[in-house]
Design a protein around this ligand. Structure first.
Ligand code: ADP
Length: 213
């Protein structure tokens, strides 16, 4: 792979296969990422978090050119880490075909796990999503209630409301969903039915990783 010819750790790079966890906002990517990390030992690279700490106001969609350069630079740097020798798990990136094309130049993506969930289920998931700021654990008021001792410190992301979700879904369908076909054409896409319980989706994700990644 030409990406690897430039790096000092050439052999590790050639063997390194990264996984992209793909799907609409609220599909359950963050919820399922830990299983993939446990199974593969690949560290999770959450570009949303990276961007939030690198630039003050990170807009998730319609990323400005400057932010785009920042994120590609951050990913490139992250891939140099010792723990990235056998690839990483990308969560929340890429979101557009141009981003995927840029990613192709710096990482060896060997599978894309797409969690498919219909829009109506997404709205319910996002509106009920709660985060534990201390552990970063993701909860849901109905589908994954937090233990009573952490309940009082739970936060809701400001953009996790119904209006914003509809706009984010629109952007997802316009800009991000076409990436599924793009990856499918390259033989990398593994689609998972995400419209069932957290446990059921989790075992489909694990099967996909065992069989393909
Ligand atoms: P993403 O990372 O794709 O944006 P999250 O993992 O944050 O999505 O999940 C969004 C919300 O939906 C969270 O509140 C989570 O607890 C809940 N959730 C995740 N997977 C499921 C599922 N299979 N069934 C019901 N709720 C789920």
């Amino acid at each position: 792979l030409r990406v690897c010819l430039k790096t000092a750790r050439r052999l590790a790079c050639l063997m390194a296969g990264s996984i992209v966890l793909f799907g609409p906002p609220g599909a359950g990517k963050g919820t399922q990422a830990g299983r993939i990390v446990n199974l593969t030992g690949k560290p999770q690279v959450s570009t949303g978090d990276m961007l939030r700490s690198a630039v003050k106001a990170g807009s998730p969609m319609g990323m400005a050119a400057k932010e785009f350069m920042v994120i590609i630079g951050l990913i490139e740097e992250r891939l140099q880490g010792d723990d990235a020798d056998s690839g990483v798990l990308f969560d929340g990136f890429p979101r557009t075909i141009p981003q995927a094309e840029s990613l192709e130049r710096i990482a060896n993506v060997t599978s894309v796990i797409s969690i498919e969930v219909p829009d109506d289920a997404i709205v319910e998931r996002i509106v009920g999503r709660r985060m534990d700021p201390e552990t970063d654990e993701i909860y849901h008021v109905t589908f994954k209630p937090a233990p009573s001792e952490v309940e009082s410190r739970l936060i809701q992301r400001p953009d996790d409301n119904e209006e914003t979700v509809r706009a984010r879904l629109e952007a997802y369908h316009a800009q991000t969903a076409p990436l599924a076909d793009w990856y499918a054409e390259r033989g990398l896409l593994i689609s998972i039915d995400g419209n069932s319980s957290i446990e059921e989706v989790g075992s489909s994700v694990e099967d996909a990783v065992r069989n393909n990644a």
